[in-house]
Design a protein around this ligand. Structure first.
Ligand code: ADE
Ligand code: ZN
Length: 326
């Protein structure tokens, strides 16, 4: 078997994926055309030319702007199915998919349209792609907690098929503590909890996410490496960190892939997995992340198997499903 095939075919779970970040430039233009949306650029080349980011905010500006093309349930379902097909080809057997309802509500798209569109594609992911899936409602930390609480109420009222909540968008200046009531309410509703922390924000945000929000997982978490006591705690408690190497390079959290802390995180005994975050924007899906890591770090088969097993153990899947996947 070719090395790349061996990497690709490791069964993995993808735990850190924003469905809106899977919108490929071709699909953006197709949906714009379908919905009669005028975009501020003229074609594929000009759009592709915008995929140069200096930091998280420069990416978020384009990511939110491109969502304008998502108008109908069908659009959300088409985007989701395109991701499922590509992820299945990458060896993803279980995916936990975040979506940003507030980014659609603010454009006048109803909760029903966005949630039901994504959920309709996820409902048949096992039959269609051999992938189990679950949905995570992510809340925008640069908006108020009141806004988040209102949307969570709406999701609960419509009995939305969500398994968890997350916290994303502009991190610095929006610490986890701002969302204490939101996470308490989600926990009471029986939802699982995760939050982005330590992507651009300091290690103290990771500590707040654990201690104040009570999250079970940390999305990114790479800046934990600046705080040895925190690393010791994360190792002792086996806290999952859903790391996204190509994302960190493209958003300049690290200078190059060779500077990425993933090998040091593995060596420290941290419970890390490899994920694609926003694959249409950052140059690759889970298999691309693995193959580029392999090329730069010469990860051992043991390390790659450990990363894959960590992803499955760290998922919110049932114990039965985890046993099937391992
Ligand atoms: N939303 C989509 N991708 C994100 C990321 N990498 N960090 C924070 N918010 C996001
Ligand atoms: Zn993310």
């Amino acid at each position: 078997m070719l090395e790349t095939e061996a990497v690709r075919l490791l069964p993995v779970a993808e735990l850190h994926l924003h469905i809106e970040g899977t919108l490929q430039p071709e699909l953006i233009l197709e949906l714009a055309d379908r919905n009669g949306i005028t975009l501020p650029y003229t074609g594929l080349e000009e759009l592709r030319g915008l995929y140069e980011f200096t930091d998280l905010q420069s990416f978020l500006d384009l990511y939110y702007a491109n969502m304008a093309v998502l108008q109908t349930e069908q659009d959300f379902a088409d985007m989701t199915r395109a991701y499922l097909a590509r992820a299945a080809a990458a060896g993803v057997r279980h995916a936990e998919i975040m979506m940003d309802p507030q980014a659609h509500l603010s454009r006048g798209i109803s909760l029903e349209t966005c949630v039901n569109g994504v959920a309709s594609a996820l409902a048949t992911s096992q039959e269609d792609f051999g992938m189990s899936t679950l949905l995570i409602a992510a809340f925008l930390r640069d908006l108020s907690e009141e806004s988040a609480l209102e949307v969570l109420d709406g999701l609960l009222a419509m009995n939305a098929p969500i398994a968890a909540i997350g916290l994303d968008s502009a991190e610095v200046g929006n610490p986890p503590a701002k969302f204490e009531r939101l996470f308490a309410k989600a926990r009471e509703a029986g939802l699982r909890l995760t939050a982005h922390a330590g992507e651009e924000g300091p290690p103290s945000y990771i500590i707040e996410a654990l201690d104040i929000l009570g999250v079970e997982r940390i999305d990114h978490g790479i800046r934990c490496m600046e705080d040895p006591d925190l690393v010791e705690r994360l190792v002792a408690d086996r806290i999952p960190l859903t790391v996204c190497p190509l994302s960190n390079v493209r958003l300049r959290a690290v200078d190059t892939l060779a500077d990425h802390p993933l090998p040091a995180m593995l060596a420290a005994g941290l419970n890390v997995s490899v994920n694609s975050d926003d694959p249409a924007y950052f140059g690759g899906y889970v298999d691309d992340n693995f193959s580029q890591l392999k090329a730069v770090f010469d990860l051992s088969d043991f390390d790659r198997a450990r990363l894959a097993a960590n992803s499955i153990h760290s998922s919110f899947a049932s114990e039965e499903r985890k046993a099937e996947l391992l």
